[in-house]
Design a protein around this ligand. Structure first.
Ligand code: AMP
Length: 399
């Protein structure tokens, strides 16, 4: 079965077409500036040329139509016609407490995703638009929703509740949800394979470190705690998000700058993190370069990030009463050996011993700990699209 995986943003649409008999990637691409003007980059994996041009994309419906046109075209295509695409899997950011696993989309599921819009006002509406656009263009082809939050629904109350009046949880659903669940699920399953042990016997800590970062404690294959909260601003400092801060700070800043809460919240989301501290960039490559050239604030931002991740790993080792494996994934985790080494230098007391030579590797499944290291440390490139396609195939075949 061939499965189209869609990840819809408010003005973008990322896609991959996978042949799920072999799990081979057939094509991938990105529609950008939807609703503004429009651009499509389509990359067939069968030797046909890349299409990289402006295309009018007034709405997501035209974007899906343009993607299908390229996937089936003689010049850029990878399938003969649309009928070859057996199902569509969608990344959906917020499933609230309604979804602890992926589901085939029907009217009731659409209504439930809609109900979660207040919890993810930027993301869920875009995901809904993507699903509706696929329905408009592809008719009755089965569609599946895979939620970023679902993996974390196994967290116990002691981990997901905030110590605020309980009615805010019961009435307004204010709690920790956690994100990057599809990534944490994929890398933890892969880590168990690499370690040659059943998932049920392992205590793992997954560090998804990219533009957005979250850490997850996984005990016996289940998420038991994670750093992101009601929204993805919580946890460790990120590219532009502040991570955990004293909750009095926004009020203090409003009082002392005259700015309103929306402006401050926007600054905490978009102008903070390593960008805010360094004043240089949100990109770890730029920060490493600047720090190497003597920029102290860039060096401090990198140090703060490593310190926050290491502190969380320590906390999660305590939460699980042990840790067998630590995983690094996403843009920074997969590529930045200095960040990995910087984090692991705090973790000697846990029995972490890094092999400097192994730690030079980038972007491949590998152990970076020494054979003697009590805790195994792994780099595992994440593959959220593959998880979405696998879930979609399993659900559609069982339907
Ligand atoms: P992601 O959100 O997973 O795509 O990760 C994006 C981030 O990964 C970028 O902002 C960079 O900071 C970081 N990154 C990507 N490649 C490298 C690299 N070779 N070295 C260090 N950081 C990298």
């Amino acid at each position: 079965m061939k499965i189209l995986v869609i990840n819809c943003g408010s003005s973008s649409l990322k896609y991959q077409l996978l042949d799920m008999d072999s799990e081979a990637l057939l094509a991938k691409g990105l529609c950008e500036r939807i609703g503004i003007d429009g651009h499509l980059k389509h990359q067939p994996q069968n030797g046909k040329p890349v299409f990289d041009q402006d295309v009018a994309l007034p709405t997501h419906t035209e974007a899906i139509a343009a993607v299908l046109d390229k996937l089936t075209s003689a010049e850029y295509g990878v399938v003969a016609n649309m009928a070859e695409i057996g199902a569509v899997g969608h990344r959906v950011v917020h499933g609230g407490e309604k979804f602890a696993s992926s589901v085939v989309i029907d009217d009731a599921v659409m209504a439930a995703i809609q109900e979660c819009v207040p919890l993810a006002p930027l993301h869920n509406p875009a995901n809904i638009t993507g699903i509706e656009a696929c329905k408009a263009v592809m008719g009755d082809v089965p569609q599946v929703a895979v939620f970023d939050t679902a993996f974390h629904q196994s967290m116990p109350g002691k981990a997901f509740l905030y110590a605020i009046p309980y009615e805010y949880y019961t009435d307004l659903h204010v709690r920790r949800y956690g994100f990057h669940g599809t990534s944490h699920r994929y890398v933890s399953a892969r880590a168990a394979e690499m370690m040659g042990k059943p998932m049920e016997e392992l205590k793992l800590i997954s560090c998804h470190m990219g533009n957005g970062s979250s850490i997850c404690a996984i005990d016996g294959g289940k998420s038991v705690d994670t750093t992101m909260g009601l929204t993805p601003i919580a946890g460790v400092p990120m590219g532009t998000r502040c991570g955990d801060i004293d909750v009095s700070i926004p009020d203090f800043l409003c009082e002392n700058t005259g700015k309103d809460i929306k402006t401050i919240t926007n600054e905490l989301n978009k102008k903070s993190g390593v960008l805010g501290v360094s004043g240089v960039s949100s990109d770890f490559r730029d920060l490493t370069k600047a720090a190497g050239e003597g920029n102290d604030r860039a060096a401090l931002a990198l140090e703060m990030f490593q310190y926050a991740v290491a502190k969380t790993v320590g906390a999660y080792a305590a939460a699980m009463n042990g840790v067998d494996g630590i995983i690094f994934t996403a843009g920074v985790g997969e590529n930045d050996s200095a960040a990995r080494a910087g984090i692991c230098r705090y973790l000697g007391y846990l029995g972490v011993e890094i092999c400097p030579e192994c730690n030079k590797k980038r972007g491949e499944d590998t152990f970076i700990s020494t054979p003697a290291s009590k805790v195994k440390v792994m780099v595992i490139p994440t593959n959220e699209e593959l998880v979405i396609a696998r879930d979609t195939k399993a659900l559609v075949e069982a339907h």
